[in-house]
Design a protein around this ligand. Structure first.
Ligand code: ADP
Ligand code: ZN
Length: 737
């Protein structure tokens, strides 16, 4: 099958104009009869990878999925697009099941979803002996591995399929897999020659924020009010927290329900259902909520309490914006949660387990206290290098920063750490310098030290922040046990000895607004009034059909309608998400609302552009921290001088430089370049890879080239290209061709 044909199917059946990254390649791979292993983040669009081929292939596509709740959802969504699909699991009465199998055998069903247990049912094995299966998809494939977090013994039966259909292509899909789990999947499924597709785990449409725990409830109210027209999940630490929060929100006039494993199954089911159907906008939940939910239009995920691990955090925030539209993730962080979690962890009996849990929590805390890009940290944690300049989509990158002279306060804090014997954590040190009268402090006699009370004029929160900055700057470190005792590093000792001046940079004001999607995303200018009317219509149509509203149309489709105001069936069919089946079923209803609205307000129709406009990064904005770097660079300071002067890492300064170049500044970079021969080697490598990514270039030029020098050459090439547009060189802010 040729690319244009699968492209046609994408539009006529699913209503989409373009494939998401990797989808087309994956589809071609199955169609060529090869096995594939697909690793994509939640919301990456995994289902389409087997659903579209199912329409091209002659026989049946068998999909194995462990999530019974999702099967019905997937099947309903497929049917809404006019695809013959069905599922068999324990909720289907045997009689009905037999009918479905007969339909599948007769070719009346293209896609059949089954739970893994089914493979052990005798009647089913018989069925497999009589049917032509042309594709096997294994969803949530990590369940096959004991190394994963979600092992399902039934998944070990899958080899039955491989044996029965040795020549049928198998596609294994998952959103979570370490190298170990990946190998396990390939081994267990006996697909050693599977092509592996690994998508980036960067969720570009999500913006990450961390906010202080103090005043969190009011901040939460604001957030929810600003997101009133979308769905939100607020994650809490305990069942009680979830109950209380839901009640408090309801008191404040925000419709919210609690969800946790302690509620009876019927209540849980209704809550989930009402959330999915847009009948309740907010759920306050423990992490028990979300597993069986595929709601694509959750716009806001709040962690009201600190999660235990970054894995959990990434997974939970991943439930925001599966439809690709801008969505927000906010974490409220305060020391009290940290103590509560540490308390739980210390109760773990097994020593290795306990150490592991501690380490994971520390990474989570580190994330919460970051003064550098949160996206870069997250991706790095999951083993992906994020080599863009500032992401522009996290509070650190978005907020205004200010520099301050930290020489004196740093000296005081470091001295206090040393004087107390480097055996105490941040809270204690801060008490000492603020002249606190805590029991323990007095017990150990720290009120008699010369450093006692030397920083009374500083606030507690401020000092915590400064300690975190000093840690970022490498002047202090802490032990990794539960005490997190601070110690001064050799660099910190140098700083004290030489009495060097120190400038640090901190967030000046958090006027960046979590309700605003970040600049640089592909966003439509649509009519809000019309959008709201279309949402109402969607809600009514969905209720009448007993399906969730997003199955009628996703938010993106409604936004496009409210932007381009289609007036005919033809123009309606160009809207994203409108395939043949939905055109038939819904065009009239939506067109009449759009026409009425447009006529009553004298609005004109706008033609929809052929293709979606690619997201362009807004490069014009320069943050104040970037402006400060600019000034110093223009004054003649080198990057390392600027870095020292500002107390920021060279990598951060370098990311400012890249941003500034993208914003059209012209910087004197020549003096930073390596020798001309090395510049040539690096330039040639970029020309070969045709991509701004650093890693492939490093692989070409070899290990004796550093990432830093490759990066500076990339910036220089980028600047040249911008100054002489005719010349082509890789740009650091445009997607690879
Ligand atoms: P995953 O299983 O990887 O979490 P899904 O398959 O549920 O993701 O897809 C997430 C959302 O993206 C769904 O709403 C789906 O309809 C949408 N989607 C998938 N592919 C495309 C595409 N090519 N264009 C637009 N939307 C898409
Ligand atoms: Zn960032």
């Amino acid at each position: 099958m040729q690319t244009p044909e699968i492209h046609d199917l994408l539009k006529t059946r699913f209503g989409y104009d373009e494939f998401r990254p990797l989808q087309a390649d994956i589809i071609q791979t199955v169609l060529a009869g090869r096995d594939a292993l697909v690793l994509m983040p939640t919301g990456g669009g995994k289902s389409l990878c087997y659903q579209l081929p199912a329409l091209c292939l002659d026989g049946l596509t068998l999909v194995v999925s462990p999530l019974i709740a999702l099967m019905k959802d997937q099947v309903d969504a497929l049917r809404a697009n006019g695809v013959a699909a069905a599922f068999i699991n324990s909720t289907v009465p045997p009689r009905e099941g037999r009918g479905i199998l007969a339909d599948a055998r007769a070719g009346r069903i293209r896609i059949l979803y089954i739970a893994p247990e089914r493979l052990a049912v005798p009647g089913f094995t018989e069925f497999l002996g009589s049917v032509d299966v042309s594709q096997i998809a294994i969803d949530e494939a990590h369940c096959i591995s004991e190394w994963g977090h979600d092992f399902r013994p039934d998944y070990r039966n899958l080899h039955v399929l491989r044996e029965r259909f040795p020549d049928t292509p198998v596609m294994a899909l998952t959103a979570t897999a370490t190298a170990q789990v990946r190998n396990d999947i390939v081994g267990q499924l006996a697909i050693p020659r599977a092509r592996q597709f690994v998508a980036s785990f960067d969720r570009r449409n999500l913006t990450y924020y961390v906010r202080p725990k103090r005043g969190a409830f009011d901040a939460l109210l604001n957030l929810l009010r600003q997101h009133a027209d979308g769905s939100a999940i607020v994650y809490c630490l305990s069942r009680q927290n979830a109950e209380d929060l839901a009640a408090d929100l309801t008191d404040q006039g925000i419709q919210a329900l609690p969800y946790h494993a302690g509620l009876d199954p019927a209540t849980r089911r209704t809550t989930q259902e009402r959330f999915i159907r847009d009948e309740v906008p907010v759920v306050a939940a423990t992490i028990a909520f979300g597993m069986g939910i595929d709601k694509p239009d959750v716009r806001l995920i709040v962690h009201f309490h600190l999660p235990k691990t970054l894995e959990g955090y990434y997974q939970e925030t991943g439930r925001a914006g599966r439809d690709g539209l801008p969505s927000t993730c906010v974490l409220f962080y305060g020391a009290s949660d940290r103590y509560a979690l540490s308390g739980f962890i210390e109760q773990i009996q097994d020593e290795t387990e306990r150490a592991r849990a501690r380490h994971k929590l520390q990474q989570m805390i580190k994330y919460s206290q970051l003064q550098t890009c949160r996206r870069a940290f997250l991706l790095d944690y999951f083993g992906e290098t994020y080599d863009q300049a500032a992401c522009g989509g996290c509070d650190v990158c978005l907020s205004e920063r200010e520099e301050f002279d930290a020489t004196e306060i740093a000296q005081k804090l470091l001295s206090a750490v040393i004087r107390t014997g480097e055996r105490f954590g941040a809270a204690h040190i801060i008490q000492v310098v603020r002249g606190g009268r805590g029991r323990r402090l007095l017990d150990v006699g720290h009120d008699r030290l010369s450093v006692y009370g030397i920083a009374r004029d500083h606030g507690r929160v401020e000092l915590h922040e400064i300690l975190a900055l000093l840690e970022d700057a490498g002047l202090v470190g802490h032990t990794t046990d539960r005490y997190r005792s601070l110690a001064v590093t050799p660099r910190g000792r140098d700083f004290l000895r030489r009495r060097e001046p120190l400038t640090l940079s901190r967030v000046k004001s958090q006027d960046d607004d979590p309700s605003q999607p970040w600049p640089g995303l592909d966003q439509l200018e649509f009519d809000r009034g019309l959008f709201d009317q279309l949402r109402d219509l969607r809600f009514r149509l969905a209720q009448a059909r007993n399906v969730p509203p997003y199955m009628v149309f996703g938010d993106r489709s409604l936004q496009e309608m409210a932007c381009y105001l289609p007036h005919s069936r033809k123009s309606f069919s160009t809207i994203s998400g409108v395939g043949r089946a939905k055109l038939q079923e819904f065009a009239n209803d939506f067109l009449s609302v759009i026409t009425d609205y447009a006529e009553s307000r004298g609005l004109a129709v706008r033609p929809r552009p052929e293709r979606r406009i690619r997201p362009t990064r807004s490069t014009a904005r320069k943050s104040s921290t970037q402006r400060q770097t600019l000034e110093l660079v223009l004054r003649g300071l080198s990057i390392s001088e600027v870095s020292r002067r500002r107390g920021l890492t060279e990598a951060t300064i370098m990311s400012h430089v890249e941003h500034l170049i993208a914003a059209g500044e012209s910087l004197p970079l020549e003096r930073e370049l390596p020798t001309p021969e090395r510049v040539t080697r690096i330039s040639e490598a970029f020309a070969r890879t045709q991509s701004p990514a650093l890693t492939p270039v490093r692989q070409l030029v070899g290990d004796d080239f550093s990432f830093e020098e490759i990066r500076i050459v990339r910036a220089w090439l980028d600047q040249q290209r911008r100054q002489r547009p005719a010349q082509s060189a890789p740009a650091s802010d445009s997607p690879p061709p």
